[in-house]
Design a protein around this ligand. Sequence first.
Ligand SMILES: Cc1ncc(COP(=O)(O)O)c(C=O)c1O
Length: 384
Amino acid sequence: MTDSAAHYGFATRAIHAGQDPDPTTGSVIVPIHATSTYAQDGVGGMRGGYEYSRTGNPTRTALEECLAALEGGRHARAFSSGMGATDAALRSMCRPGDHIVIPNDAYGGTFRLIDKVLSQWGVEHTPVALSDVDAVRAAVRPNTKVIWVETPTNPLLNIADIALLAEVAHSAGAVLVVDNTFASPYLQSPLELGADVVLHSTTKYIGGHSDVIGGALVTSSDELDAQFGFLQNGAGAVPGPFDAWLTLRGIKTLELRMEKHSDNAELVVQALLKHPKIKTVFYPGLPEHPGHEVAAKQMRRFGGMISFTVEGGEEEALRVCARTKLFTLAESLGGVESLIEHPGRMTHASTAGSLLQVPDDLVRISVGIESGHDLVADLAAALD
Ligand SMILES: Cc1ncc(COP(=O)(O)O)c(C=O)c1O
């Protein structure tokens, strides 16, 4: 894909951006460049700009070009995990004495990094309900450098208005970062809505097959990208070439998968709503969801993540998690197979006792792309 990728549809970009046939062999699929270093034709005579694989690797470059094209950004940097990307982003943008506004139901690992690590380097943070724009405005201080957004949030599926928050951030001279992991670039384009940086745990929908850990930062700012690139190389949280290749392979079917995840989630939501043991269903596609209007404005569809609370408290929530057969009890999300988990005891255990603690009767499911009626039957059997 030599001309500007922006002219092409999403699926075309997913399959071709950064992935022209290999110029030396014609290999249609990007090769796995399993090398740590590159021969130089005389000192400094690098072929294609590659000198050492922490700094750059052609398989990683292909992934980065594809990710940039999918998010409509000028630059992308791939990392060894979503947390590696988060760490690089925050340490690029914040210095001791700076302040970050974070979601009051942020992903537990993001919260832990900010609360337990960055705080020791003098970076302050304020958790806020990002659905309340006035509360975000009130939390911004003169030293606020970053507003960190997740939408939909993990695990409560709250929705933040990206365009409005971009205005708040920019009028305060801060950077708006959107963790787009739950939506994927197919369902939501934060850069188009005014965000400065998009973060992904590519472990999730982008990779899509639960077989690789990775992260990414996408931006159209040359300055931010240079800072991210400096830490990508300087701190070294880079993906290996096989990880980059697996992620690229997953990306090719992202559009198809997101459509099917959304179809299946809609079926499951309707079934849960009818079940007497269900107290609340959290899904932004529901008209009664408080963030539905904003979600409908900024998302193409509503994705495959659903959370729900059950009658009978934590004991019943744990029982349901233990009883499904197709929904595997496991952390993570976004793969082709359906997963179920108890956020309070699993992914979000690190938020216990903090403002970000999640309800103990909450169950989170990642609805896969199996036959939808089988998933509905599996959940019904576990709840009965
Ligand atoms: C929304 C969100 N952001 C970031 C991460 C961290 O990504 P990783 O596990 O790839 O380090 C996760 C992981 O679950 C996540 O759900």
